[in-house]
Write a protein that binds this ligand. Structure first.
Ligand SMILES: Cc1cc2nc3c(=O)[nH]c(=O)nc-3n(C[C@H](O)[C@H](O)[C@H](O)COP(=O)(O)O)c2cc1C
Length: 389
């Protein structure tokens, strides 16, 4: 990889290899656009690309990143697996009814021998399009949609400055889809599917997306603890329930004034939160976003805001990314009554702060609705506090 400098002074990189000259055994690191607008100087394709280079969707020219060999190999497996109509039919069957054992799939495809079905399932599993779970002597098969969507980093989403053409958006945002995601990402508790395994690859992908969030001075002083160990989940669930008891005894949240529109929702929230406490240890994955620093050691508001502000945007992005992949989450904090105990259990260093606990599971049902919120008008202050639109 050779860093170069354009006439505008913005640094950029080319892969510096041609398809013929690349050592295919050496994975190249992924290099996405730098945060600033970049200058692109068109160069002959053969001198700057390999078969792993990404093409800019707007400029239709090779751009400045390479995909690793591993990613390319993985894609080959996916496309080879999908090329076969029988395998696509097996995926359709799993889409309609996930978690089928081999026998159920054989019954659906009497034209194939059980050996044939197993062979195709093996190819789908190797491509990571299907994941399996053993229940006694039964092996259940689940559809795994991860390899299909375009992975983050594979396409440019930032603006690209082109000589003589100003800045162009490299990818258009679908506003309706964005608003839907933002307005329907609910706290999911009762609709968490406690039986369906969640591939950790999907969690990693959500974290990668979340790490596009801002941090104070670009510190990126964050960490995400992913917990799947049953004993650790059970211990944390226990702290969560004990936290719930402490909270119930504390008189928090204070009663709402009579007629407050939030009043009728509160019993439902409480009931749902209690349910979550009861089943928490059965939720497949916990994600705990952490930030370096302890609030009690930084008395200035600016420091506190910068510390929490360097993790909470990423935490919410994680929830959005999860929702976009069919995963339900809920923002919870009750276990933090036992912050230090949970840190010790998970080996989190004492100078780090846990900020939330997200139970993560596939959600059941198809969709979520926007919530009833208080009207925005009184919350908006124009120029002076109290001047509402
Ligand atoms: C800072 C914070 C702490 C929360 N703590 C908990 C919690 O410990 N347990 C829980 O079940 N929900 C918790 N919630 C979720 C809220 O109850 C939920 O966001 C609220 O009822 C609105 O519902 P919605 O997210 O579905 O719109 C928390 C939310 C936030 C933002």
């Amino acid at each position: 990889m050779s860093p170069r400098r354009t006439a505008m002074g913005a640094p950029w990189r080319t892969c510096g290899c041609s398809a013929a000259g690349t050592d295919r055994g050496t994975p190249l690191t992924l290099s996405i656009f730098p945060t600033r607008s970049i200058g692109i100087r068109r160069r002959p394709r053969s001198s700057m690309t390999c078969d792993r280079c990404v093409t800019c969707p707007v400029l239709s020219c090779p751009v400045l990143s390479c995909r690793s060999m591993e990613e390319t190999d993985r894609d080959d497996l996916v496309f080879e697996a999908l090329a076969d109509p029988t395998r696509r039919a097996l995926l359709d069957a799993l889409f309609q009814d996930d978690g089928r054992p081999v026998q159920a799939l054989c019954d659906r495809h009497p034209e194939m021998t059980p050996f044939g079905v197993m062979k195709h399932l093996g190819v789908l599993e190797a491509a990571n399009l299907v994941v399996t779970r053993r229940e006694g002597r039964t092996k259940r098969h689940f559809l795994n949609p991860i390899p299909i969507p375009i992975r983050p980093g594979r396409c440019a989403t930032r603006n690209v400055r082109v000589r003589g053409r100003g800045t162009v958006a490299a990818m258009t945002i679908d506003r309706a889809a964005a608003d839907k995601l933002l307005t329907t990402t609910r706290s999911v508790r009762k609709r968490l599917d406690l039986t369906r395994p969640v591939p950790l690859e999907l969690i990693d992908e959500c974290i990668e997306v979340a790490m596009q969030a801002p941090t104070g001075t670009n510190a990126q002083n964050w960490s995400f603890v992913v917990v799947t160990d049953p004993a650790k989940k059970a211990a944390i669930a226990d702290f969560y329930r004990r936290g719930g008891e402490v909270m119930a005894g504390s008189g928090y949240p204070p009663p709402l004034p009579e007629g407050d529109p939030r009043e009728h929702v509160m019993p439902k929230v409480m009931e749902s939160a209690t349910y979550l406490g009861e089943v928490l240890d059965q939720v497949p994955v916990f994600v705990i976003p952490c930030v370096q620093g302890r609030m009690e050691k930084v008395p200035m508001i600016v420091a506190q805001a910068s510390t929490y502000g360097s993790i909470l945007p990423a935490a919410w992005s994680f929830m959005l990314a999860a929702r976009a992949r069919g995963l339900g989450t809920a923002w919870t904090t009750i276990h933090l009554f036992f912050h230090d105990e949970v840190s010790e259990l998970l080996g989190i260093p004492p100078e780090w702060t846990q900020t939330a606990l997200f139970p993560v599971a596939y959600y059941t049902g198809d969709d979520f609705k926007p919530a009833h919120r208080l009207p925005a008008g009184p919350m908006i202050h124009r120029d002076t506090w109290g001047q509402h639109p």
